[in-house]
Write a protein of this length. Structure first.
Length: 354
């Protein structure tokens, strides 16, 4: 027996679906109109960030803000792909956290080029073989990804975006029991993020670092006495069951990723600026450098040091500040820093992670 109330609700949903299809196609036609006016494919990270902020502000529920913005990003990704899909370089093979981060940031309607190392990602973007690249830069538990910092020091690429992603590590294996695992493969950062769990549960197992977690899963596929620490997606791709779930030592384990490109972005309204500097070797130099930001009310959110690789015991400092390089306070801070520092390199201003 039909329920009249249920049938009425379903009828309303069907009518709304028809409207959604029409509205989505209207939006797609407008995106194509913009491309024809400009006569080129245009991707503007700062414009996309403003759209997502506006969509979230318009949301009155019950759908969560995260779902609303995810859907909006996918719509923008699909509309851009009607003109030409973006080519995105990221760390492979298939199933890495970096691949997941790239799709989260750009949407599913892109072409991914999965590469074997971080420096290859930089080279593909520098050579115009890809439009953008995505690389990990720091983890909330283990700190900086030094390879990325070293490449930023020598590369001319600009930072065009950032995103943060909660990382859940799974122990993947064909072994039926933990005691059967003799070797654990994973990226060195993931091994470090799960150190306490490994010490407590697989203290005698050999730990083998590999270039990526997806590579770890591939290594573990053919050996029932091996396991990989990787994400669930890697397990699904390579047919490895989850032997132990969420083994990261800290449940708030989060990795920050950077988007690499070539263009300088205009302000989005909520931006971050990254730069590096070297300082003269004299007492109080670092304090004087950092005062350039404090004196002008600019909030510094991160500082990291790395060897300069030019002279022994010389370091460069990587700094993130809130604001765009065109903001008045940031302009004054950078001007003063250039007067005091031995070298300043602006890495880019980009929309802060939403």
């Amino acid at each position: 027996m039909k329920n009249p109330k249920l049938e009425h609700i379903r009828s309303e949903i069907d009518a709304l679906d028809e409207q959604l299809v029409e509205l989505l196609n209207r939006r797609a036609r407008l995106a194509l109109d913009i491309a024809s006016v400009k006569q080129q494919v245009m991707y503007h990270p700062e414009r996309e960030a403003r759209v997502l902020d506006r969509v979230k502000a318009l949301n009155k529920g019950p759908m969560p803000d995260g779902e609303i913005t995810r859907l909006a990003r996918e719509i923008m990704s699909a509309c851009l792909a009607l003109q030409a899909p973006l080519n995105i370089a990221c760390l492979g093979p298939e199933g890495t956290f970096t691949q997941t981060a790239a799709l989260k940031h750009f949407g599913q309607s892109v072409r991914l080029k999965l590469l074997g190392s971080i420096d290859q990602v930089f080279r593909e973007v520098m050579a115009d073989a890809c439009d953008y690249g995505v690389v990990p830069v720091e983890n909330s538990i283990e700190g900086a990804v030094n390879h990325t910092l070293d490449m930023l020091l020598v590369s001319d690429l600009k930072l065009c975006g950032e995103l943060e992603m909660r990382i859940h590590q799974q122990l993947l294996s064909r072994s039926g029991e933990l005691e059967d695992v003799q070797t654990v493969y994973s990226h060195e950062q993931s091994l470090a993020q799960c150190r306490q769990w490994l010490d407590a549960n697989l203290a005698d197992a050999r730990r083998v670092p590999v270039p990526s977690n997806a590579e770890a899963a591939r290594n573990a596929v053919g050996d029932e006495h091996s396991a990989a620490i990787a994400g669930e997606q890697a397990g699904e791709i390579y047919g490895l069951p989850v032997l132990s779930k969420n083994i990261e030592d800290n449940p708030d384990n989060t990795t920050r990723f950077l988007v690499l490109g070539k263009e300088t972005l205009s302000p989005s309204g909520k931006d971050k600026t990254s730069l590096l500097f070297a300082m003269p070797s004299r007492p109080g130099s670092l304090m004087n450098m950092l005062a350039c930001f404090a004196d002008h009310g600019v909030n510094m959110t991160r500082i990291e040091s790395r060897p300069s690789r030019q002279s022994m015991w010389e370091y460069v400092f990587f700094v993130d500040i809130l604001g765009h390089a065109d903001d008045e306070a940031v302009v004054r801070s950078l001007s003063e820093l250039r007067d005091k520092a031995a070298m300043v390199k602006l890495l880019g201003s980009y929309p802060e992670a939403r």
